[in-house]
Write a protein that binds this ligand. Structure first.
Ligand SMILES: [Zn+2]
Length: 114
């Protein structure tokens, strides 16, 4: 399950950026073409957060649609897999412009009151 390694990276990045502050919520953006299962990430996230500062954090996952752009006519097409055909000129040569990303979109940190 390669999601475990991915999740370990995410947790490490969040912990580093939090610098000891208490994190309330982490929002991830996962592209539908990334071959990453959001449910697997969610499962691994809980495991990876155990006994860290992130234990109990809310994880939100936003799935982004796959999108391709035709190299011939520039037409943009919605994709549900990482390949497809232009519906305007029938070309198979597409550049994927959205849907393969995996990134931390947002993290909400508890404000420290002095
Ligand atoms: Zn085209």
């Amino acid at each position: 399950m390669h999601e475990l390694g991915i999740t370990q990276n995410i947790v490490a990045i969040v912990l580093e950026q939090a610098r000891g502050a208490s994190v309330k919520r982490v929002t991830l953006e996962i592209g539908k073409l990334s071959a990453i299962m959001p449910e697997a990430i969610r499962f691994c996230f809980d495991i990876c957060c155990q006994d860290t500062l992130l234990e109990g954090v809310t994880l939100e996952i936003i799935e982004t649609e796959g999108k391709g752009k035709c190299r011939h006519c520039g037409h943009e097409i919605r994709l549900s897999q990482p390949f497809g055909q232009c519906d305007r000129c029938d070309s198979f040569e597409l550049d994927i412009i959205q849907g393969q990303e995996l990134q931390i979109k947002e993290m909400e940190v508890e404000e420290l009151c002095v």
